[in-house]
Write a protein that binds this ligand. Structure first.
Ligand code: FMN
Ligand code: SF4
Ligand code: SF4
Length: 232
């Protein structure tokens, strides 16, 4: 929304080459910090990168995006990381987007209804800030957080791969060897599926048996429509 666009700059938490420790805000700034929920937690590299920044009292709006299952402890973990980095949390949002592993769940979301709701949330947060209200909202989630669990799905290239290197370039944790994209460090991979999404040849895929098992396991918990939530 227009109010939020004045003098805004973007920082990409998925950029492995960015120098997050050089990022220093002021108490006049408002940061919108958005992460996906992976297994009900904040992806570990995002926590590392966020906590390297210096918030210096900047107000923070926390956004957790999830694939219509649940986001469990994502918002409280994000809150703790933001506070550790020196931000002052003033709002939290949980929003729904298409599931990046099992695309049939929350397909097409955010839809027009979601977008309207997010606009309304933006207005309410803006109004809170304009009123000089810097109170910290109560966010849902547990401490200690649920155990972090990787989904263990490491995509691999098929014979259609022409070694263009785009997947290696775009991987948020540099898990793919740029000299040989068939080599992926499974310890580093966070199963984010970006390499699958960006491959121009449609050559990068996860094991189909694992994918089907995940789709079946998620069916019951992902099928009913969840709505966005605002915490002020
Ligand atoms: C490794 C992984 C774990 C995920 N875990 C959850 C989850 O616990 N709950 C949920 O609702 N969605 C989950 N999702 C779906 C994402 O949260 C959802 O697709 C998100 O909106 C978009 O993530 P992206 O920006 O990484 O594509 C997961 C996705 C991935 C790749
Ligand atoms: S993006 Fe696709 S085609 Fe390019 S190197 Fe990666 S897997 Fe191969
Ligand atoms: S799924 Fe692909 S892009 Fe994501 S971390 Fe693993 S190798 Fe990198």
């Amino acid at each position: 929304m227009e109010n939020w666009k004045a003098q805004s700059i973007s920082l990409d938490l998925t950029d492995p080459n960015a120098h997050f420790s050089d990022v220093s805000l002021t108490a006049e700034d408002v940061a919108v910090i958005a992460v996906p929920s992976y297994a009900g937690r904040v992806p570990a590299p995002a926590v590392q990168r966020l906590t390297a920044m210096q918030g210096n009292g900047a107000r923070a709006v926390l956004v957790c995006v999830y694939g219509n299952r649940a986001y469990e402890d994502t918002l409280v973990e994000l809150e703790d990381a933001a506070v550790q980095a020196g931000f002052q949390v003033v709002a939290g949002v949980a929003a729904i987007a298409e599931h990046s592993i099992a695309h049939q769940y929350a397909a097409g979301r955010p839809d027009s209804q979601d977008k309207q709701q997010l606009q309304d949330f933006g207005q309410k947060i803006w109004d809170k800030l304009q009123a000089g209200d810097h109170s910290q909202p109560a966010l849902p989630g547990n401490r200690p957080y649920k155990k972090a669990g990787g989904v263990g799905m490491v995509p691999k290239p098929s014979k259609d791969c022409n070694r263009c290197g785009l997947c290696a370039q775009q991987c948020p944790v540099q898990a793919i060897d740029p000299a040989d994209p068939s080599r992926t460090d499974k310890e580093l991979c966070i199963s984010c599926m970006r390499c699958v999404a960006v491959c121009p040849k449609g050559a990068r895929k996860v094991n189909p048996v694992m994918l089907t098992a995940a789709q079946v396991a998620l069916k019951k918990v992902c099928s009913d429509r969840k709505e966005g939530e605002l915490f002020l």
